[in-house]
Design a protein around this ligand. Structure first.
Ligand SMILES: N[C@@H](CCC[C@H](N)C(=O)O)C(=O)O
Length: 275
């Protein structure tokens, strides 16, 4: 069977997007790995599936698979692409939709010139909700890891993130520390590892080693997590610009609030693949 797909990207974080509304779609981990394979498949960081709404509140279901085949609960850059996909495929004519993933919900709104605003739910700091296996909640956790003792903040924005502050993000040991920490025993479901440099109270630089992928040019949920943790630490204002290797996102969050993210989402090409 030939499967139609769209290839999309958001700041270079790239996706294979599939329509599971018009035709119900089940995917095995092996099929996801093939779709994600840059030599033997299409190639992407994540595979995104638009599904029928699971309840009356949502407009669509939203399934996310990393290119290693693991299913996860959040992808922020992908959510913006999903909103554009839904519009372009004629699945909805609304400018604003709500999507439900396996862990969270997001309100997505089409803006001008390929930009999309995503409203994520409130960040979760309780260790059990991240999940993070520690005796008590704290603003900073120090982990004993194969690369030594590493301190950072932990949060879930629908998926788990560990955020480490660095002086110079260009020189951060993203690959080495990312590999060591993404499967750290304290994170039973693994973790996305962010390296954040504070340029000013309204400006961050960020690189992210994504769980199930490796370093990507940009991670939307990672940018939200970094902005949230920096705000919790009292380092930043409620609105920040986050510069990632692939481009810029705008994030807004204050205590007790939902997280807002704005950034671009772009159609690259479409095609069909035999799975
Ligand atoms: N690229 C994403 C995050 C995708 C999921 C992540 N790798 C995980 O395993 O949680 C984003 O833009 O948020």
């Amino acid at each position: 069977m030939k499967l139609p797909f769209a290839k999309m990207q958001a700041l270079g974080n790239d996706f294979v997007v599939l329509d599971g509304v018009s035709t119900p779609l089940t995917l095995t981990a092996a099929q996801c790995r093939k779709l994600g394979d840059r030599r033997f498949g299409v190639g992407c960081d994540q595979i995104l599936v638009v599904d029928p709404a699971p309840d009356a509140q949502a407009d669509f279901g939203y399934r996310i698979f990393n290119c290693d085949g693991s299913e996860v609960g959040q992808c922020g850059n992908g959510a913006r692409c999903l909103a554009r996909f839904v519009e372009r495929q004629g699945l909805s004519t609304a400018r604003a939709i709500q999507v439900a993933t396996r862990t969270t919900r997001m309100n997505l709104e089409l803006l001008e010139q390929d930009w999309v605003r995503a409203e994520l739910s409130r960040p979760e700091f309780q260790p059990a909700r991240i999940p993070l296996d520690v005796p008590a909640q704290a603003e900073r956790y120090t982990l004993d890891s194969p690369v030594g003792m590493v301190s950072g903040g932990a949060v879930s924005v629908g998926n788990p993130h560990f955020v480490i502050e660095v002086d110079d993000v260009a020189r951060a040991p993203v690959q080495q520390w990312g590999e060591a920490l993404t499967r750290h025993a304290a994170f039973p479901e693994g973790v996305n590892v962010g390296f954040v440099e504070r340029v000013a109270a309204d400006h961050l630089r960020l690189r992210v080693f994504e769980r199930g992928v490796g370093e990507t040019p940009a991670c939307g949920s990672g940018a939200c997590a970094a902005a949230v943790i920096q705000r919790v630490w009292g380092h930043t204002e409620a609105r920040v610009r986050v510069d990632l290797p692939g481009g810029q996102l705008r994030i807004a969050w204050d205590e007790g609030q939902n997280v807002f993210m704005e950034g671009p989402a772009t159609w690259v090409f479409e095609g069909e693949i035999e799975l």
